[in-house]
Ligand binder design. Structure first.
Ligand code: FES
Ligand code: FES
Length: 170
């Protein structure tokens, strides 16, 4: 694997590194550029812990070759600065969603992607969209409640986010 100079835009800031194009984007973000929000979980696109946005679309950074995203805009959880990102993170805090926290950056990215596409998702739509985001602590009921709370807050921006967990999927 021969290093090349690869340019990216990460959380709105231009960044460059010398790395093999085959290197997973997650490695480049965490170890090359110091963006430790995305986490390594499975390394096989199975758990969602490494989720980032590439030009606004969620991808699993652990299986995305760095060279395939050269020149594109990468957003990590640290760069979620729009209304949806703010509402989701506020709802997460209000509902005390995280337990150990390891999966949570990926969960938040998944929730933001969902709410950008679907303003008022049903339980079934939430479960379907979040199926690829695994949580060993079983925070699923709080995740679902926080997504509903964020959706309500976005629909009524003056409302204070509240969330009441209900039974969710295992
Ligand atoms: S670490 Fe990428 S999906 Fe699990
Ligand atoms: S909060 Fe611990 S793995 Fe999800």
């Amino acid at each position: 694997m021969t290093p090349e100079r690869i340019d990216l835009i990460v959380d709105g800031t231009p960044a460059s590194l010398d790395a093999p194009p085959e290197m997973p984007l997650l490695w480049a973000l965490r170890h090359g550029l110091g963006h430790t929000g995305p986490k390594f979980g499975c390394g096989m696109a199975l758990c969602g812990a490494c989720t980032v946005f590439v030009d606004g679309k969620p991808v699993r950074a652990c299986v995305t070759p760095l060279g395939s995203v050269a020149g594109q805009a990468i957003t990590t959880i640290e760069g979620l600065d729009d209304a949806v990102g703010a509402a989701v993170q506020a709802a997460w805090a209000a509902a005390s969603v995280p337990q150990c926290g390891y999966c949570q950056a990926g969960q938040v990215m998944g929730a933001v992607a969902l709410l950008r596409a679907t303003k008022q998702p049903s339980d079934a739509q939430i479960d379907d969209a979040m199926r690829g985001h695994l949580c060993r602590c079983g925070a699923y009921p709080r995740i679902r409640a926080a997504i509903h709370a964020a959706a309500a807050q976005l629909a009524t921006p003056t409302a204070t986010p509240t969330a009441t967990p209900t039974a969710g999927p295992p």
